[in-house]
Design a protein around this ligand. Structure first.
Ligand SMILES: [Zn+2]
Ligand SMILES: [Zn+2]
Length: 173
């Protein structure tokens, strides 16, 4: 936009500022710096603008040209994994940890082990994603509804779209 003092090239992402729990604090850190915060006003956690593993900016607002006009898309939820090095962001790590804890607290040691072994294949799209999601769902079927809801809330952060769909609708026939 005019008057911000920041000129965007045709196709570019602004760095986003996200808290360690995954709240999007400011998706436009450079064009709207007044919105930057050192700590999250939702949860009090420190904020970051770069991948802790490789230092690449976290993807925020996408600026692009549409029909010769400037347009932008402001992301409301941060990505789960770094697009540069593939590392899980801190909020994704925390969600994976919450999923493991739900399994350890509510499931038998054998079922918790099944969840642990299959988590990587629902966190990343692989040839085993469907079967891994199914095995996790089956393990949680003995843990009660509360455990499954806790797991699904965590999975919303770290799981692939395919895995999330299986958790919501069951395995496709
Ligand atoms: Zn927060
Ligand atoms: Zn990275």
């Amino acid at each position: 936009m005019m008057g911000t003092g920041v000129r965007w090239r045709r196709d570019e992402f602004e760095p986003a500022q996200v808290c360690e729990n995954g709240h999007m604090v400011n998706s436009s850190t450079e064009s709207r710096p007044a919105l930057n915060k050192r700590f999250c006003s939702d949860c009090g956690a420190p904020t970051l603008t770069e991948c802790p593993a490789c230092g690449t900016d976290i993807e925020g607002t996408h600026h692009y040209e549409s029909n010769l006009a400037r347009a932008h898309y402001a992301r409301s939820h941060p990505l789960s994994y770094c697009h540069e090095c593939g590392a899980a962001y801190p909020w994704t790590e925390r969600a994976l940890q919450a999923a493991r804890e739900a399994a350890q607290i509510y499931l038998s040691p054998e079922d918790a082990e099944t969840v642990e072994k299959n988590l990587p294949d629902v966190a990343h799209q692989t040839a085993r994603t469907t079967i891994a999601a199914h095995l996790i769902q089956r393990a949680f079927s003995k843990g009660g509804g509360a455990a499954w809801e806790i797991f699904k809330a965590a999975a919303a952060v770290f799981a692939t779209e395919e895995a999330k769909s299986i958790f919501t609708h069951g395995i496709p026939h």
